[in-house]
Design a protein around this ligand. Sequence first.
Ligand SMILES: [Zn+2]
Ligand SMILES: [Zn+2]
Length: 273
Amino acid sequence: MTDKDLLSRFEYFGKRALDYRNKVIGLLPEVHRRKLYLQRDCTSIYEYAKKSAGLSEEQVSRALNIFKNFTNKPALKRLLEEGTVSVNKLSRVASIATVENERELAAKVQIMSQSAVETFVRDIRQGVSEAEIVRTHKPESNSLFAQDEVRLDEDVRVRLVELKRRGIDINQLLRDVLDRRDEEIAQAKDQIADELSESSSRYIPARVRSILKKEYGQRCAKNGCNKLSENIHHTRRWALDPSHNPNYLAPLCKEHHQIAHSIDVEFHEMRFR
Ligand SMILES: [Zn+2]
Ligand SMILES: [Zn+2]
């Protein structure tokens, strides 16, 4: 068997193993409720699940707990019972699920990867609004001169100290520099947008990429996210606005990109429901 064949066989069966495990776990709560394990001479659901499906005690209790949490959340409950979504993902989502948001979460969790779900749940718990995918430039309070935040080169430090000695407001000076930078970027983006010809191509022009790089550096555009950006996301639906206007583009990490698209899907569903 070649390496490629071996890998593809492994992944083929691996995928099925995972799918079947989800199905089995989905059936557990009802087997438990009807106490059917007694018919198989097992004293508990744990013993039965271990013997008949190789599930660990932890897997069983996690599934039962999530099921309890989902009692009044029918959309999420269905995903668990039908084994459509892994218990790993559902247990993350369970921590933020409410009667009000459960339908929305059920739609999202089906199209997000495990790591996107984790990022999404963390963002929500930290109170970051999910619609707020694109930057807001907030001034960085007093932390600028803290050594662990920003290290200044000696020549820069000397010049700033000298200015400060002369009574010049260093913070205001830097604020002005940063504001000017923002303004320059905003102007450059508008100019690029004006000169951009209508495009039917998904290819993002080099100058658009380069202004985004200048604005966001190498990181995800989502506030507070420290991951490297991997995809340039169109914040307006491509189908409605097929352009590469840099004002509506945001470089995102893999996770926030998936999250952005899950919002997109919802919007789409809402419009056509
Ligand atoms: Zn995108
Ligand atoms: Zn991110």
